[in-house]
Design a binder for this molecule. Structure first.
Ligand SMILES: Nc1nc2c([nH]c(=O)n2[C@H]2C[C@H](O)[C@@H](COP(=O)(O)OP(=O)(O)OP(=O)(O)O)O2)c(=O)[nH]1
Length: 136
């Protein structure tokens, strides 16, 4: 993808026992997206970024063991017009409860095969959630 400024993030797929996927909506944002975010200078690696972001957003503890890299995907960024988001995406397990923290307005669990007309960021709707249909 060539247009726009690039925002690099690390994003998480967290699933429940029924295969539903956890999405978050940031305060003031219109669309649902994967938990995660930009790397900090102090982060040792992608899983460190993810564990920090998941704790900040959801108050949960991520397990590094068993994390599975799903790929690197790009789309028009949801909350920053004119920017492109590029995400390293990992499926991870985390110990809940999952509770929306300050910067998060809400959380929801979606069935990737039945998204309906829920407003979902393009990266998730077009690249990440389709990978998960009928898997696990
Ligand atoms: N975290 C995340 N961001 C996404 C996804 N899809 C998507 O377009 N984005 C966009 C939203 C924002 O424009 C940008 C990431 O910003 P962010 O707000 O999540 O990152 P952050 O928490 O580290 O940001 P900041 O508050 O420190 O600026 O990428 C997604 O699935 N997860």
């Amino acid at each position: 993808m060539s247009s726009g400024k690039l925002i690099r993030i690390v994003a998480a797929v967290i699933r429940d026992g029924q295969g539903r996927v956890l999405l978050v909506r940031k305060r003031g944002a219109a669309v649902w997206q994967q938990p995660g975010g930009k790397r900090d200078a102090d982060d040792g690696d992608d899983l460190h970024t993810l564990a920090r972001e998941l704790h900040e957003e959801l108050g949960c503890r991520m397990q590094r063991e068993g994390a599975q890299w799903l790929g690197c995907f790009s789309a028009a960024a949801a909350n920053e017009p004119g920017h492109v988001v590029e995400a390293e995406v990992y499926e991870v397990k985390a110990k809940g409860p999952f509770v929306a923290q300050a910067e998060i307005e809400g959380i929801c669990w979606v069935d990737p095969s039945a998204l309906g007309d829920l407003p979902i960021a393009r990266l998730s709707r077009e690249s990440i959630l389709p990978l998960l249909v009928g898997v696990g």
